[in-house]
Design a protein around this ligand. Structure first.
Ligand SMILES: [Zn+2]
Length: 196
């Protein structure tokens, strides 16, 4: 899909023209927030703001990457590698994470959802064999007979150990995009309400 540009386009019924402007917004994903730049088209006459799909996606992707880095969360690829190294299906993997639905696991692996810190720590804790076995028995999952040595011997970090007692990640592990203006970027325009 090619970028749709409103640059220079007339605002119908207003007489103004749209130009690209960049502001800072705070975007919340799975309860974690990042402040990122977002470009929009704004009418130079009435201030009406329009966002293209690309502009929204770009800002969300920036936020996700920023949050991932800030909180040290696993990448989609790392999650899939971890699951595969344990020889588990997405569904089984979810059972070991207190019943996280398969669709959510697949969403994490495709970068469609962003796991929160609790879910991230829970996943990492599965590299500890004792934790893995305990969760498997609790989740009714039969582990593959042969576990790759890599997965069995990978050292459990202190984070993994503490995560073993953590609560279920629940639905807040699912990405929920929430966009609010950054504290200092408001321009006071509420043009939509002023439109006929
Ligand atoms: Zn206008």
């Amino acid at each position: 899909m090619s970028e749709i540009s409103l640059e220079g386009h007339a605002h119908r019924g207003c007489g103004g023209r749209y130009t690209a402007r960049t502001d800072e917004v705070q975007i919340k994903v799975s309860g974690m927030a990042a402040t990122v730049e977002r470009t929009r088209y704004e009418c130079d006459h009435c201030g009406d703001a329009q966002y293209t799909v690309e502009q929204r996606d770009q800002a969300e992707q920036r936020a996700v990457e920023s949050i991932r880095t800030t909180y040290g969360l696993m990448t989609p690829r790392e999650i899939r590698r971890l699951r595969e190294s344990l020889g588990l299906t997405p569904e089984q993997f979810g059972h070991l994470l207190y019943g996280t639905p398969r669709g959510v696991v697949e969403g994490w692996e495709r970068g469609r959802y962003l796991q929160n810190q609790d879910a991230d720590a829970l996943m990492r804790s599965l590299t500890d064999r004792a934790t893995l076995e305990r969760r498997a028995s609790r989740g009714g999952v039969t582990l593959p007979v042969v576990v790759p040595p890599e997965a069995a011997t990978r050292a459990a970090t202190s984070a993994a150990t503490s995560a073993a007692t953590a609560q279920a990640p629940g639905w807040d592990a699912v990405a929920v995009m929430e966009v609010v203006p950054a504290p200092d970027s408001g321009n006071g325009h509420h043009p939509a309400a002023a439109e006929p």
